[in-house]
Design a protein around this ligand. Structure first.
Ligand code: FAD
Length: 446
């Protein structure tokens, strides 16, 4: 194929957002008679699923303290459910298992799930929580737990398989996907709108750009000379000046190389994804030393794709100045941002803290490189918005593998049908002080 000189819509990034947007935009154009997938070109500097989507744990949940996030996730879960086979989606459910300090937050999540019709069960009190968990796993013995939220929908999907499933849907709509093409800049017209996407293989004139580049979002943001720092009207009513727009966090994940079936429930079924937060002291399963006495959290699920029980723990904020953080080489190839022995020790000890079956399993931890970084916005929530008139950013703040439906909402927005679900994620929220509420979770994404 000759290198294209023009495409009406250029999508940058072949991850969950770029491909979902391309697929849904193509559908919208076809159905409205205003065009087709032939008007859309997806570019990726490496390949399909080369970014965060291809290494994600793949957890899909509704459990968010922020009402706007929950409504968005409810919409995305319906898209996952639309074609579980193509998206390699496992609807096993999801559990948020929490200490007293989070009880009130999670109770409000449950109430609001009821209000929006998202099926879940909420158990309160230490004794009832233990009984409920033992009903699922007879070896459950986690301490410091006073509530259990059991979401009946959601679960997880197999990362690369689902992205290839999306790519197929886009290609079936005649979308072109070109890999090995890196966007290096933009040419703009007098009004500031993008007229040409500059790549390492030539310029492509276009009417519209969709940016779905995950952890690389700051690079594209800088190419368009968007602000490196912003003013935020805080919850205190005061304006906080010059807050950095972007911050990187390092995600901590790994796999225990046991038979995934080890984690079956009492009745022999594949279990829900488990997320546990607690302030009970965490003691090493290896040598009995105290690992932490502060609030901590982990998540895990049996996963044949990863070849064991896979999951993670709290991420950490990267202290290197943002302009100096090396996003490439990405994920397991990074020399800087892969998990080490400390993570393995903490996470496997935490598994044993929750369930007896993980006691003594530390030697089975897979010593392959894992983890990756995410680029978060100033308030750790997504920005879905149009900049420079015709450049639509899907900056998911690393919440986004589960958000397969955002591409549909963005495609609708671009074709003139703005959804209420997107409005709380506009860039103007920072200046207007319309911030999302913050929970007591130890994770920046709950
Ligand atoms: C270890 C880890 C685990 C995670 N687990 C979960 C989870 O369980 N559930 C969940 O919901 N989320 C999870 N996330 C977050 C989630 O993976 C991301 O939010 C999401 O995948 C981002 O999707 P994306 O399409 O925006 O970007 P990506 O999937 O990163 O895709 C971006 C693409 O853009 C391409 N690109 C970048 N720059 C350029 C350029 N200049 N020119 C051309 N192409 C370019 C890249 O090659 C890449 O393929 C996890 C993240 C990490 C790192």
């Amino acid at each position: 194929m000759a290198f294209p000189k023009h495409a009406k819509y250029v999508v940058i990034g072949a991850g969950i957002h770029g491909l979902s947007s391309a697929w849904h935009l193509a559908e919208n154009l076809r159905k409205s008679g205003k065009g087709s997938g032939r008007d859309i070109l997806v570019l990726d500097k490496t390949g399909i699923a080369a970014g965060a989507s291809g290494i994600a744990c793949g957890v899909i949940r509704n459990n968010y303290f922020q009402p706007a996030m929950r409504r968005l996730m409810q919409h995305s879960v319906s898209v996952w459910e639309g074609d579980p086979q193509a998206f390699s989606y496992h609807s096993v459910g999801y559990m948020q298992i929490s200490p007293e300090v989070m009880h009130k937050d999670v109770a409000s999540i449950y109430e609001q799930q009821k209000a929006i019709g998202y099926e879940s069960v909420f158990i309160e009190g230490e004794a009832d929580s233990l009984k409920y968990m033992k009903g699922l796993f007879d070896d459950w013995h986690a301490k410091g737990i006073t509530s259990v939220l059991h979401e009946k929908k959601g679960g997880y999907a197999n990362n690369r398989a689902s992205i290839y499933g999306l790519a197929k849907k886009a290609e079936n709509e005649d979308v072109r996907i070109m890999t090995g093409v890196q966007v290096t800049g933009f040419e703009r017209d007098n009004s500031g709108a993008v007229k040409t996407v500059v790549t390492d293989q030539g310029g492509i004139d276009c009417d519209y750009v969709i940016v779905g580049v995950g952890p690389w979002v700051k690079h594209i943001w800088d190419m368009l000379e968007l602000p490196k720092s912003i003013d935020i009207k805080g919850r205190d009513g005061k304006t906080h000046k010059d807050v950095p727009m972007w911050v990187y966090w390092s995600l901590q994940e790994g796999t225990l190389g046991v038979d995934p079936k080890l984690q079956r429930t009492n009745d022999g079924k594949m279990p829900p994804v488990i997320h546990v937060d607690t302030d009970a002291p965490l003691v090493s399963d290896v040598d009995g030393s105290v690992i932490t006495e502060k609030l901590w959290g982990i998540y895990y699920k049996p996963d044949f794709n990863f070849g064991g029980v896979q999951g993670g723990a709290m991420p950490y904020k990267i202290q290197t100045p943002v302009d100096e953080v090396a996003v490439d080489p990405y994920g397991p190839d990074s020399p800087d941002f892969i998990v080490g022995d400390e993570f393995a020790h903490m996470w496997v000890s935490a598994l044993a803290f929750c369930q007896k079956r993980f006691h003594g399993q530390m030697p089975k931890y897979k010593k392959e490189p894992s983890g990756g970084i995410g680029c978060f916005t100033a308030d750790s929530f997504p920005v879905f918005d149009r900049f420079c008139q015709n450049a639509y950013f899907i900056a998911d703040s690393n919440h986004g593998y589960k958000m397969i439906g955002v591409g549909k909402l963005v495609a609708d927005d671009i074709t003139g049908n703005e959804s209420d679900l997107l409005r709380p994620f506009r860039f103007s929220r920072f200046a207007e002080g319309k911030l999302h509420p913050v929970s007591n979770s130890p994770f920046p994404w709950s």
